[in-house]
Design a binder for this molecule. Sequence first.
Ligand code: 5AD
Ligand code: SF4
Length: 471
Amino acid sequence: MSTKTQQIPAQALRQQHALCAMIREFWQAQGIAPLAFIDTYGCQQNEADSERIAGMLEQCGYSFTRSEEGADIVILNTCAIREHAEQRVFGNVGALVHTKRRHPRQKIFLCGCMMGQPHVSDRIRRSYPHVDGVFSTHHLWRFPELLWHILQGGKRVFAVEDSDGAISEGLPVARGNSLKAWGSVMYGCNNFCSYCIVPYVRGRERSREPAEIIKECSDLLAQGFKEITLLGQNVNSYGKDLALDIDFADLMAQIAALPGEFRLRFMTSHPKDASEKLFDTIAAHPNICKQFHLPFQSGNDRILREMNRRYTASEYLRLVDYGRAKMPDLVLTSDVIVGFPGETEAEFDDTLKLIERVRFDALFTFIYSPREGTPAAKMADPTSRADKNHRFDRLLEAQNRISAEIHRAYIGKTLRVLVDGREDAQLTARTDGGRLVRFTGDDSLIGTFLDLRITESTTWSLLGEIPNRAE
Ligand code: 5AD
Ligand code: SF4
């Protein structure tokens, strides 16, 4: 084994598979076809985790429904990144009292990042007795065992012990989409940005073996998937815990070289680790999307220091300039936090300046939300909510103008897209840069790559048409 990272032993995973079979028989014996409802909050990592839970449920004989009403199991896969996400979860868990009353055999499980916080699992224990089971991300692979225990009439379970984390290979996956797939390359985060809860709830960075990842990707391509997004909290750290000479750029190059027509994306990168080699690798492979999600969080160096980000605004700009020099069409997106504790108006202006300088295609903007247990939650935060909202509005206004301008510049261009579905009367597609394009066409085009001529634009999307072949 070429990794120092702990793997869940194959024997323990085989036991979970055996429990899935027992659960299937449990339902068959009663002549019931059980239904499951999974509600996923938060990021792509949670989406990927939910697909694993769905895979296990499928093995247990469940099929899926789109509502908690009448479901035999309801699973809320939660997000802890901001308070708002947590409040939504608590609201929805509360409401499940009624659905369970209407369908008494309903079992309720909560999982995901919120459940890695002791104060949250304690609150569930105390105030939400209708919840049958809770497991944090570290215990996801044990879900069949927890479910079996509950179905046998066992006491409610809390699998929330903290851990640095391990890797479990070979869990079944029920993918939510037949064109686009997630491929986790690593889990956890070692960065401890001072505002962020992720390192506390998802454990330390650990990389999957390259052979496992490449096998998963080639299986996906053989099944007809057209787009793979490689996932990790900080993909640039990939391989550091492996006793192999491989980094993320090497891994991506190997995947890009697999046969077939497909495209490769990745997220997320930390600017302190994003290397020129990574940009060079993207530039060198036509099937690696020319899109880079590179969160900058703040344009002010003092705030960046307080955030423990370990780069300066000018270092960030240097990276952006390098990427753009290599790839003039590079689509850049980013995350930014407004109203970090102690941020002054002048410091916020540096964030505005940075976005005017970079001109991101799209920005994910957040108002700072204190997370219990993180260093920033203890920092003095004298700025009023009204002032933070005002900064947020100014930022959004500036970014909306920039996004609209960038989108307008696409008009008249021909762009390669992957057609991914239908929304009402129009087909939807994504450009290499991840921009949404709507156009009129036949359903048979779904799942194909196509050149579209862009005819109109809005702040958030583009309109296109299939170019006339005679032209
Ligand atoms: N408050 C507000 N935004 C946060 N993010 C992470 N933690 C917080 C927090 N406590 C944002 C960061 C990160 C994105 C996923 O969420 O911008 O990049
Ligand atoms: Fe959170 Fe920072 Fe890790 Fe991203 S890099 S998950 S913001 S601690």
